[in-house]
Design a protein around this ligand. Sequence first.
Ligand code: E4P
Length: 219
Amino acid sequence: MKFFIDTANLEEIRKAKALGMVDGVTTNPTLMSREASDWREVAAAICAEIDGPVSLEVIAQDAEGMIREARDLVGFGPNVVVKIPMTLEGIKAVRQLNSMNIATNMTLVFSPLQALAAAKAGAHYVSPFVGRLDDVGHEGMELVSQILTIYDNYMFDTQVLVASVRSMTHVLEAAMLGAHVVTIPFKIMNQLTAHPLTDKGLKAFLADWEKKQQTDKSQ
Ligand code: E4P
């Protein structure tokens, strides 16, 4: 399973990279707008920092405009994946970008049929937004399970990239279901290895070690 980091913040990307936990990056216009620098500088820096796939999203709403922006975005690096919104125009753009060998990530996916359409159009990744579904009383992970079943039935190559992750449970469930990728906010990435029993156990080991050193010294 691949771990992407869901941020446009370079400092977070570098810290996560230092942990060896980052296989790629996903951004979106909201994440980009939180950064102080110009988005072009941010995009270029992220693509240079990370070897793996970096999703950069188009703003245009029509297929022609999306393709124009995609051609510009791939100029930031060979690792750019163009993020395209799940609309009919988006489907049209994904199909054409696929024939141009430009990798795409179909975003804002909330139903299994949307995911089926994305795979048929040739999207490289499909991004079901689990947290936003949970927010409105649906079961986000049920969608991931349905998409994986459909892709398995027809042997689609499209990878399921679990997005809108809000908790460690989302990461665990995505892994249990066999999703190809999960994109994780920095805060949650840092919590993944934490366990109170690990902390308690380590504290006890060190205390016992120290006690023995003191006993040896006093003999
Ligand atoms: C995914 O690619 C999106 O950037 C992201 O996961 C959206 O998450 P949110 O629902 O927390 O905004």
